[in-house]
Structure formats: structure tokens, C-alpha cells
Design a protein around this ligand. Sequence first.
Ligand SMILES: *Cc1c(COP(=O)(O)O)cnc(C)c1O
Length: 375
Amino acid sequence: MIFFILISGDPTVFGNLKACKQTKEAIIKVIEEGNHDGYAPAVGFQNAREAVADYLSDDNVEYSSEDIILCSGCSSSLEMCITVLADPQRGQNILIPRPGFPIYRTLAESIGVKVKYYNLIPEKDWEVDLDHLESLIDHNTAAIVLNNPSNPCGSVYSESHIRKMLAIAYNYRVPVIADEIYDRIVFPGNKFVSTAALNSPVPILVCGGLAKRFLVPGWRLGWIAIHDKIGAFDSEVRQGLVRLSQRTIGSNTLLQGALPDILKNTPQTFFDDLIDTLVENSKICMNILSKAKGIIPFKPQGTMYMMVEIELNKFPEFENMLQFGQKLIEEESVFCLPGECFEIPGFMRLVLTIPQVLMEEACWRIVEFCNRHNV
Ligand SMILES: *Cc1c(COP(=O)(O)O)cnc(C)c1O
């Protein structure tokens, strides 16, 4: 039986999605020129930071190269942001989404920073439960992590929803870490709005990188973009981020050399093709999975994932999603990450980056499995 790996968040594993020609040419050129083999300043080369500032700036938000710090992947950006904002010695905490990307907790707890989960509401396209978020804030809350578009939910927040979230952050004077690694991977009918593009006085550290949109997760190039209209980060945070970047002597210089070309020369058709693939696969999942009894697929608005709710009371054989997922592997060779990985039991995450025929086959197997075990 063929094994279908629906588990990985890495879009390159099946070989159907690859970096574009311009991206590869940019890195080859830098290697051949041989002028990016030494160390860069720890925060990154000036022209690479400027290229990121240009890439992120538009009519609603403007960055200069001074606002950009290059990192070894978006994970490293997140790590630096949590480290610079939260002080474990003072017992500080950060608020993170449930369901959410597990690395927030890993990064925070590994340096002794506490996490508190705020709920997302599945029935409202995974919007933040604003009352719950507010109820969690205390005098030790150092930051709110907002992940938009969301892994694992596949949700894309409206401007008005982000504004409401920012209003709470402002009331309590809590800065925001905006994980926007899926920026612009949104499906037709939805619009990506950066948390920093709303002219809010809330200081925001936007984290992003090449991994997902440019399909090169292994290249490890990420960034932090500092958005701070009131100068709250001027005295300590900006300097703290520079010092944190010095711990690793900065990010990969070949990538930095290629970054201006990658960001400028990647054709729009490349991004459009990626979105077409993801939308096609999401339609396949919604259509086929609607034929299964006892599960509810949630239509994604962007990213590379979608969530499926399993009505476990209709599957009395299984006590939890781990057992459900285990049996799905044993009987159908279909791997899905159980909701437990994202702190939301009763759900599983599907990935939308696999080839279409495999996507269809995997969905049909899930349908057969559900209809066989459903009572
Ligand atoms: C993949 C992912 C990242 C990590 O990106 P890297 O650049 O590969 O470190 C960060 N946040 C979320 C939500 C992700 O899904």
C-alpha cells in the first residue's frame, strides 16, 4: 500500500512544489560572484535589509532598513522576539493561540517564559475569542502572539478583527508579535492585512521569511520587521534585538546576497500558481470529506493547511484523536497531525501541498475510514 504523508508542514516533500527559476538563479549568481562568503553585520547586510523593507512596505506601512533584522528562519525571528520582550526572572508570560503552532510554547518555555493560551473560535472562521484573550492579560503579560494567516487553521483575519485585537493590546499596553510567515498566501475572496498596516500605536514585531511563500523552508532566511509608531522599542528593544543577533553572528550571507533578487524578481505567476494548487486541493478536501459521516471539514481561507473536526462521540472505539489518528495510519496509511499537537483535541490538520491525485486518494480513504467506524 502506498504511504501518504499528509503530516509535514514542509511544502517541498512531494516534489510537486519547487522554488522558482529566479530564486535558484539568484543564489547561483551570489556563489559564482564569490563576494558574499564572509561575515555580514549580525543584523544583516544593509542592502538585504533594505530589500526586505521594500518588500514589506506599501501604502499603509513603511519600513526602513533600520527596522529590519535578518534571522535564520522565521523560527529564529520568533525566538528573538520572545526573548527580547519577556523576562523570565520577573515571571512574565506571553499569550499564544489555541490551536496554534507548537513552536511558540517550545521557545518560550525553554527560556522560562510562561505561556497562556487564548482560544480561537472554529465556528467564526477561527477568529480570536477576544473576551478570553482579554481575561488572560495580567501585569506579567509581556506580549501577545498573533499568527495570521494561521497554521494550523488556514484562517485569514479581516482588518476589523485585527483592529479589535489591537485595541485590547493597546488598552493593556501589551506589544504584539505578529507571525506573518504566510503573508499573502490567501485564497480568492480573502485579503491579507498585516497587523502593522493599521496605523496602530501598539508596538509590533512582525516575523516573516522566505520559507513558505518562496517554497524554500530549508534555506533558513527569516526576518523581524519593527513597527513602532510611539517609540516604545527605541531605548531597549531595538538594541536588545541587535545584541541577540550577535549571539549567532547573524544569518546566512549567501541568502542575504541573493535576497534582493529573490524578492524583486520572483514572478507573480509563481505565487499565483502556488495559490491555485492550494485552492484546488482545498476544494477537493471540502468536496470529498463532506461525504464522510462524523467529521466536519473547515474551509480554509489561506495558508497550506485546513482543520477537520472529528465528532469523537460518533466514534466510540476511540477515546481521543491520537487513537483515531493511529488507526487511520494502520488501516489507511493516511497520516494527519492530531489536534493534540496544536492543543485542540477533537480536530486534525490536513496539509494542502501534496499532488492532487494523492490528495483525492487520501481524502477518499479518510471517508471510507470514517464511514466504517462511525456508529
Ligand atoms: C513554518 C512556520 C514557521 C517557521 O518558519 P521557518 O522560516 O521555517 O523557521 C513559523 N511560524 C509558523 C506559523 C509556521 O507554520
